[in-house]
Design a protein around this ligand. Structure first.
Ligand SMILES: [Zn+2]
Length: 383
């Protein structure tokens, strides 16, 4: 998978053929607005599509993106001077003053880009508190007002744009970006991506053409895992089903100690605690969480929702819809024992969804988990 030096290998797989064909046509006709928002579930390939779009726009070949011209080659190795890829980063420590912070963020960004270059397939876990800070937006603004380095246009990709307003940043970052999107400088194009477009400011959302990226079909994810990660067919299909159409998540499920695999196990423990019929289990499970530092809670909530959905499928006898197939006997037993109904499953899923919104803020994981488990217990195991 590592491309030979100076000869980057185009990614063999991107999926979403029809969508890409229509974007290519809009670009060729010049009808694609200067600002677009690619949204879809985490890991479904939003940033890959954004990079592809940037590459297509800047390609100087005939069949865009040709993958062979100078522009394509620099873009593929993430070294194109007119493609500015920004994403949430942890706040650099021990920096004071806006200029120093901006410089430190740029250093961190280049470091991250170097990592992507080395292992483009590595799945990202949400283990750190990150943000797109005002300083980063001001860097973007400065660049956007300069002329492109080589071509006639430059492309700014702002990945996971909902991090523009994280709990510890001010809305200033979002407002500064808003100003830029209101009057985009000539020759600047913006591609935002978001897994939670509802968390973006309305004013930002309304200035971007939304492009929805649907989850990939299970077969396509499995094919990717086989071809690009060398997974055996059985493991590939299992991870693909669990991933819900997200390549990023599927890679995490492929490795037994991958982020997703670990979260799946932890979420199962939580479900067991909430359905075991012993209130003390819920307290014990919650007490295992630290009182501060809610890192990774969001991913855990996603995994828990998947388990509850599986419980619902098992309660309806729809084993074919269960994704955690290895635990089918437990799911069936639990569904039967608790006489679960679709209504209670829906309420439990909604409860976890609500908790996910909270988990984005600054929560005490121990209290958070204790409350959630007791709520779930009440829904799933009514006295
Ligand atoms: Zn090209």
């Amino acid at each position: 998978m590592t491309p030979a030096a100076g000869r980057p290998e185009p990614p063999r797989f991107l999926g979403h053929e029809a969508l890409r064909a229509s974007l290519r046509r809009s670009l060729a006709r010049g009808t694609l607005p200067a600002t677009v928002l690619i949204h879809g579930m985490p890991g479904c390939g939003k940033q890959s599509l954004a990079l592809w779009l940037a590459r297509t726009r800047l390609c100087s070949g005939a069949d865009k993106p040709c993958g062979r011209c100078n522009s394509c080659r620099r873009a593929l190795s993430l070294e194109h001077p007119d493609i500015h890829w920004h994403f949430p980063l942890p706040r650099p420590k021990r920096t004071s003053g806006p200029a120093k912070l901006a410089a430190a963020l740029e250093d961190a960004r280049f470091e991250k880009l170097a990592e992507f270059r080395k292992s483009p397939l590595r799945a990202e876990g949400d283990t750190e508190v990150k943000g797109i800070y005002l300083a980063a937006v001001l860097t973007i603004r400065d660049h956007a007002h300069r002329r492109p380095a080589v071509g006639e246009e430059q492309v700014f990709i702002i990945g996971d744009a909902e991090y523009l307003v994280p709990q510890e940043a001010s809305p200033e970052a979002a407002n500064a970006l808003l100003k830029l999107l209101e009057e985009p400088p000539d020759g600047s194009r913006f591609i935002l991506t978001s897994g939670r477009p509802g968390s973006l400011l309305d004013t930002i959302r309304s200035r971007a053409l939304p492009i929805h990226l649907p989850p990939l079909p299970v077969e396509e994810v499995a094919a990717f895992l086989r071809e690009e990660c060398g997974a055996d067919p059985e493991a590939a299909i299992r991870a693909a089903k669990l991933s819900q159409g997200s390549i990023g998540a599927a890679i995490g499920y492929l490795e037994p100690d991958g982020d997703q695999s670990r979260q799946r196990t932890r979420a199962l423990d939580l479900l067991r605690a909430a359905t075991g019929g012993r209130r003390a289990d819920a307290y014990t499970a919650a007490a295992a969480f630290p009182p501060a530092g809610g890192r990774g809670l969001l991913g855990l909530m996603g995994a828990l929702q998947l388990w509850i959905r599986d419980l619902g499928a098992a309660s309806l006898g729809r084993d074919d819809q269960v994704v955690n197939v290895d635990e089918l006997p437990f799911l069936r037993d639990t569904a039967r024992r608790l006489a679960l109904t679709p209504d209670r499953i829906a309420r439990a899923v909604g409860q976890v969804e609500e908790a996910s919104m909270l988990a984005r803020g600054n929560v005490n994981p121990q209290l958070f988990m204790g409350t959630l488990l007791l709520d779930l217990e009440e829904i799933l195991e009514p006295a």
